[in-house]
Design a protein around this ligand. Structure first.
Ligand SMILES: C[S@@+](CC[C@H](N)C(=O)[O-])C[C@H]1O[C@@H](n2cnc3c(N)ncnc32)[C@H](O)[C@@H]1O
Length: 264
């Protein structure tokens, strides 16, 4: 049985709503509706078809994340938090991050939120032999899961997983004076502002470096009324980042929103 990924991005949610509307639409509107559905539903598969292919290990990682019973793992106490397969960023976003790493000639990458290591490995594949990804994960089970898969890749040795709350890890990295060319935020949405403070005020991000943040549309909640607490936190983060004179920022409507902010 194929396990479908639940839509978590505005486009997927739009497709889901159009599909729900279809049976209720009068015959004279069916043509327009089916046209709208084809336009919306066809975009993501087309973007995947037009992107560089994933490596075999990245593809295996998706299959392993889909096969894992995350709800059961949380239910029996194996994971310390509720995780879900939809958390991994996937093909087009992974290749976008890898492209950015290559374009910048990045050597050191910091990721906040590892999950199964998909984006960490996608970025590591774009780094030179001596490059390094430090990635923060609070859940020991998913960190081990990621490590096992990363160890199968010739690029896995570039990835160091630090297990523990991300803010504590970032504070340690600030205290040690560590710096990074690219920082990718993808953990607790309510902490994004604090992560970005460590990146900018704490100087984890070098001048000329890139701050990237995932889920900055937050299923559309960033711009729709009545957002959840996470949606409101993302909207506040988006306002702060766009207004920060140290940054040159765009929010790309890729998947659930990918913010790119260049540090001047
Ligand atoms: C969206 S997933 C990361 C997905 C991954 N970047 C990718 O694209 O494949 C978020 C991960 O962050 C972890 N996380 C959430 N809050 C955290 C925190 N405060 N410190 C460290 N990790 C955290 C979760 O356990 C989860 O595995």
């Amino acid at each position: 049985m194929t396990k479908e990924l639940r839509p978590i991005a505005p486009l997927g949610l739009l497709v889901q709503r159009l599909e729900k509307l279809a049976p209720q639409m009068p015959a004279e509107l069916q043509g327009e509706l089916q046209g709208a559905l084809a336009l919306a539903a066809g975009l993501e598969p087309y973007l995947r078809a037009c992107a560089a292919p994933e490596s075999v290990i990245l593809r295996d990682l998706v299959a392993a994340a889909i096969a894992e019973d995350w709800e059961g793992r949380f239910g029996d106490g194996t994971t310390t938090r509720r995780l879900e397969r939809e958390m991994l960023s996937g093909h087009v976003e992974g290749q976008t991050l890898q492209l950015l790493v290559r374009l910048m000639g990045a050597r050191r990458v910091l990721e906040v939120g590892t999950f199964v290591g998909y984006s960490a490995l996608a970025m590591a594949e774009g780094l030179p032999e001596t490059g390094e990804v430090i990635t923060c994960e609070v859940d020991p089970y998913t960190a081990d899961f990621a490590r096992r898969h990363l160890d199968r890749s010739p690029h896995g040795g570039k990835v160091q997983i630090v297990v523990g709350p991300a803010l504590a890890t970032l504070d340690r990295l600030v205290a040690e004076g560590q710096t990074f060319d690219l920082i990718f935020l993808d953990a607790d949405k309510k902490e994004y502002i604090e992560y970005s403070r460590r990146a900018l005020d704490g100087n984890l991000l070098v001048r000329g470096g890139l701050l990237c943040a995932d889920n900055t549309l937050y299923q559309g909640e960033a711009y729709l009324p009545d957002p959840s607490a996470n949606g409101a936190a993302i909207a506040e983060f988006n306002r702060a980042i766009a207004a920060d004179p140290r940054l040159h920022t765009v929010l790309l409507p890729l998947r659930d929103g990918l913010t790119l902010a260049y540090r001047r």
